[in-house]
Design a protein around this ligand. Sequence first.
Ligand code: F6R
Length: 366
Amino acid sequence: DKGGYRHYMLKEIFEQPKALGDTLSERFAHGRPLEAVLGPDAAELLPQVRGVHIVACGTSYHAGLVARYYLEQGGGVPCTVEVASEYRYRDPVVPPGTLFLAISQSGETADTLAALRFARGSGYVATAAICNVPESSLVRESDLVLMTRAGPEIGVASTKAFTTQLAALGLFGMLVARHNRLDARMEKLYARQLLHVPAQVEKTLQLESAMIKWAEWFADKHHALFLGRGPSFPVALEGALKLKEISYIHAEAYPAGELKHGPLALVDADMPVVAVAPNNRLIEKLKSNLQEVRARGGQLFVLADPDTGIRSEPGIEVVTMPEHIEALQAPLVYTVPLQLLAYHVAVARGTDVDQPRNLAKSVTVE
Ligand code: F6R
């Protein structure tokens, strides 16, 4: 049942405020996340954790890339993130005190499951899973489990599963970091910021009409570039993945500082460049990267915080977020307009949004 929406994907994009609210509800007490959300063994295992190895595929891998910032910047917890099909075929070195974390919407992705099974005998403190399907293999086989509560996701392109993973990872990050460098005052601040995200996402959905306008510009293009820095780089990766999956436009994401090391050669008037520009400590660096694009005649599409001072002018289309977005919130909130952009480009091109060619919802073969 598409609930009156034209596609499941659009319905699922609009379900995000609820899915996020559900994922966060009843998981905090006295303004801090509850350890028990990870299961009965969390109280014993979490204090031992000094580092995290995250493994996942596709969109879930992008969620992992964001989590690294939550763990390292907020908590001083070293973290590596790797795609499961690579991780399982090398010989990862596991420092003492390391937790293995698999992220998967379905909990049945073959490479992710194989990575978990490999990890079980590899000297980790424990294995953990962030997953959306309670009866999945991943959930059954992991020591610690944090469920996302996105509800069933039908569209092949993952949307609400991704943002609920980010919410779960925010929570998970606090639970690990509090045994490392995160103090109680900061933890409460982060918890408040996270709990405000469903309301921010609700407001951000109103950017749909602006994304429909942007989509007209993209519909006849063959390539697009997505830029971000810091935690916005994985958001750019996710924006590019959504666009290529459902509209079949070749899209690539780059950390904006890498532009001049190669991809700038591609930039011309036929290459739209999307930039993710929250107002954080990297904004001035990002602005000079955007100037590099403008100087080559590239058309810029910038999603920015209202307080960045970036304004629309010829060659730069700016859409501002409904309010200032904090660092922890930005990956969740900024993802939403990029989902809407990909969706409306695909609709404009007449592709099969919910069932893109060559793809399956759950990849149970290697
Ligand atoms: C992209 C997408 C895929 C999945 C990937 C992992 O929109 O949906 O990249 O994220 O196949 O799937 P799960 O999370 O079920 O392990």
